[in-house]
Design a protein around this ligand. Structure first.
Ligand SMILES: Cc1ncc(COP(=O)(O)O)c(C=O)c1O
Length: 351
């Protein structure tokens, strides 16, 4: 590799976990699947094996590989709701702020986004938004969607997810989980994947891979067979049906095999803890949210952010409060973290 890209890599690495490369064992799984001809559109051995493995992990589920997280969320929601229905989500939810309105466009329904202190919906918040049921003038709430871990790096405990499922089900609604980083949440909680989904009453999940070392691939997972019945058609119409699906499935399979995800997410989360501890020790720097997965949010004085942005690329999350986001990935090294911490100390000292 030339000097240029290598240097650039150092500058952008905390911007997001999808700035990381492909995990070597995952890359090898793509090469291993490249042995010759295989049936297209999901009739291949890798997709069948993925279905089996997912059933071992999650229970009696139906699994559908897709290209990306936005497509997974949108097609999952479009399958379970009508255009006159609504999805309750946090104001900060990816479906609400980072999917360019795709959920509204493709489902035809409405997102009812609620402000939260930490990115997490609560039963009280959901109950308060359950209005207009049966009223022909009002959208009918159909889904509660949560992100696990949240866009603010916090996680729902199994108890919190179960409580949301109970409220949803009591009102005749479904619980959807945007699990772009579900494995980071499981590592943060010290649980398996089933304990934070099936065992809590989750109905449909968008299971993420790309943020944990895949070249590209996620899966929509239905925990009720009746909900999955229409998905094949929604996925195709929603342009998420991969013809060479074996390569998407092989990657997801590899992430699940031997629980490789514990390594990728475990490392990313550990790097986030290291970074949060270093940042918290710098005077004037406040860690804004509990660091429970692989994201670190800190409130910085504006001149400090400006100084750091000369060398690093990362997102300012809230202009008002000066909160910025640093993401760690399977590829972030302790040295990377220590360099950013040292740059932070220097920036604070010179600001
Ligand atoms: C919480 C969350 N959901 C879903 C996605 C999926 O995004 P994409 O469509 O880029 O794969 C992301 C990516 O940033 C995310 O952070």
């Amino acid at each position: 590799m030339s000097e240029g890209p290598a240097r650039e890599h150092r500058l952008v690495l905390f911007a997001s976990d999808n700035y990381a490369g492909v995990y070597p064992a995952v890359l090898a799984s793509i090469a291993a699947a490249n042995g010759g001809f295989a049936p297209a559109y999901g009739d291949d051995d890798w997709t069948l094996a993925l279905q089996e493995r997912m059933r071992e992990v999650f229970g009696d589920v139906d699994v559908f590989p897709v290209f990306n997280g936005t497509g997974g969320n949108v097609t999952a929601l479009a399958t379970v709701m009508q255009p006159f229905e609504a999805v309750i989500c946090a104001e900060t939810a990816h479906i609400n702020v980072d999917e360019c309105g795709a959920p509204e466009r493709f489902t035809g329904g409405k997102l009812v986004d609620l402000p939260t202190p930490d990115g997490k919906l609560t039963p009280e918040l959901v109950r308060g938004a359950l209005v207009g049921s049966g009223d022909q003038h009002h959208v009918q709430t159909r889904v509660v969607s949560i992100t696990q871990p949240t866009e603010l790096g916090t996680v729902y405990t199994p108890g919190e997810t179960s409580a949301l499922a109970a409220v949803a089900h009591a009102a005749g609604l479904l619980l959807h989980v945007d699990g772009a980083r579900l494995v980071n949440a499981a590592v943060g909680l010290g649980t398996g994947l089933r304990e934070i989904t099936a065992d809590c009453g989750v109905d449909v999940l968008t299971f993420g891979g790309t943020k944990n070392g895949l070249l590209g691939g996620e899966a929509v997972v239905f925990f009720r067979h009746d909900l999955a019945e229409r998905y094949l058609f929604v996925r195709k119409q929603g342009m998420q049906l991969a013809s060479k699906m074996r390569f998407v499935s092989a990657q997801l399979l590899r992430l699940l095999e031997g629980e490789l995800w514990r390594e990728t997410a475990g490392h990313a989360n550990a790097m986030a803890q290291r970074l949060a501890a270093a940042a918290a020790s710098v005077p004037g720097v406040r860690v804004a949210y509990p660091v429970q997965a692989n994201a670190v949010f800190v409130a910085l004085p504006a001149p400090v952010t400006e100084r750091l942005l000369e060398d690093y690329r990362f997102y300012t999350w809230d202009e008002q409060t000066g909160v910025v986001r640093w993401m760690c990935s399977w590829q972030t090294t302790p040295d990377d973290v220590d360099r950013l911490a040292s740059a932070l100390r220097d920036a604070v000292a010179s600001a």
